[in-house]
Design a protein around this ligand. Structure first.
Ligand SMILES: Cc1ncc(C[n+]2csc(CCOP(=O)(O)OP(=O)(O)O)c2C)c(N)n1
Ligand SMILES: [Mg+2]
Length: 386
């Protein structure tokens, strides 16, 4: 039995006691979290690397939300509260593996070495954005780091991830794909299709569900009547593991076991990370309209950043002073990148017509001419402004 398989046996054996108070506040009754055998598989140095990557996302999210409120960017989606599930899971991958995010995991790219300037420029959609301003903000993608963009058409990223994994298997590469989804995505047809296909054809994919207790305003208990999300794996014929998603060591242990299983031909695993969306669904959302502050306050006590920081201080991997320095360094690196990005012009208007056809067909040539004439009448090119 692998570690992941042992953990699901343990998960099934665990008593599920819904907590009345949590249910009243709209969560799924918060069953006791089933830990994988979260042995300290990570050295203090590795945990520090994970902490740094988690903290970078937290600091960046806070800055970007401020920019959104100041009207400097149009939209933003944060990962706040879910940094451990995002970073410790992807930390288990090799650089050659693929990350297929749902809505919260773009920041894993930064840990893989994707530079901050094009990352932030994607949110501005200006000429620093490798995707030329064509995507919704927060949908960063990095070919250099094997990470595709957010899959905000809920669930639609899951068949893609299975396809990537199955293609690797057919090509006899030992590449693994890690596919993320929210709790809401488990109600989609694509979830069923992906889980079923991956298990039947033993695709080397690891499904990571970030159960953050909410799908915008829908609590998890209105999403599924199952006792957990991990248990859904059993019906598809794959292991399901539920971990404390705010504990990077538990997340890493479960994901590393699942990645190893996928890599040696054992097929897929579903890892459910129980976590909490501490912020709004996105900058367009106001969660005070539908959830109780007391629930948010309870989860703040389990903030993955605070917990990891406390652990590192205890293990002497961090001191109060080095933590303060780290935060200040991350903030100044982020502020410098924002400054650089904000000075960049928009993508030239000609890019609107690029990258679909090798040769522009006559009707698009006509539209381009009309568009450019209209821009001229209006006083310039899109590329000149901000
Ligand atoms: C197919 C589809 N249906 C509905 C939506 C609208 N929508 C955007 S995010 C979201 C909720 C997603 O919840 P979850 O999967 O739990 O992810 P989370 O936002 O909690 O990370 C919905 C319903 C969508 N984007 N795509
Ligand atoms: Mg959710």
């Amino acid at each position: 039995m692998t570690r992941a398989e042992k953990a699901v046996t343990k998960a099934k054996a665990a008593k599920q006691k819904p907590a009345a108070a949590a249910k009243k506040n709209g969560s799924n009754g918060s069953h006791p979290v089933v830990q994988t055998e979260a042995k300290a598989t990570l050295s203090t140095q590795q945990l520090l690397e994970i902490y740094r990557a988690m903290l970078r996302i937290r600091v960046l999210d806070e800055r970007m939300m401020t920019l959104q409120r100041q009207g400097r960017i149009g939209f933003y989606g944060t990962c706040s509260g879910q940094e451990a599930a995002t970073i410790a899971s992807t930390y288990a991958l090799r650089a050659s593996d693929w990350i297929v995010p749902a809505l919260r995991e773009a920041g894993a790219m930064l840990m893989r070495g994707f530079p901050l300037v094009p990352y932030i420029a994607q949110v501005f959609g200006n000429s620093g954005d490798l995707t030329k301003g064509r995507q919704m903000p927060s949908h960063q993608a990095g070919r250099s780091v094997n990470q595709v963009s957010w899959g905000s058409c809920i669930g639609s990223q899951l068949p893609h991830a299975v396809g990537i994994a199955f293609a690797a298997k057919l090509s006899k590469h030992d590449t693994v794909a890690m596919a993320f989804m929210g709790d809401g995505a488990t109600s989609s047809n694509d979830f069923h299709t992906s889980m079923n296909f991956a298990a039947v054809f033993k695709a080397p994919v690891v499904f990571v569900c970030q159960n953050n207790h909410w799908s915008i305003s829908i609590p998890t208990h209105r999403q599924t009547a199952s006792e957990s999300i991990a248990i859904k794996a059993v019906a598809y014929g794959m292991p399901g593991v539920k971990v404390d998603g705010n504990d990077p060591e538990a997340v890493y242990a479960a994901c590393a076991a699942a990645v190893e299983r996928a890599r040696r031909g054992g097929g897929p695993t579903l890892v459910e990370c129980e976590t909490y969306r501490m912020g709004a669904h996105s900058s367009s959302d106001d969660p005070t309209r539908y959830r109780d502050q007391a629930e948010v306050d309870r989860w703040k006590l389990r903030d993955p950043i605070d917990r990891t920081r406390a652990k590192l201080i205890k293990a002497k991997g961090l001191t109060e002073a080095s933590d303060t320095r780290l935060r200040a360094d991350l903030l100044s690196e982020i502020n410098a990148a924002i400054k650089e990005v904000e000075a960049l012009p928009n993508p030239p208007s000609s890019t609107l017509f690029e990258d679909v056809y090798a040769e522009l067909p006559w009707h698009l040539q006509q539209q381009q001419q009309e568009f450019e004439a209209a821009l001229k009448r209006a006083g310039g090119d899109l590329g000149g402004g901000h």
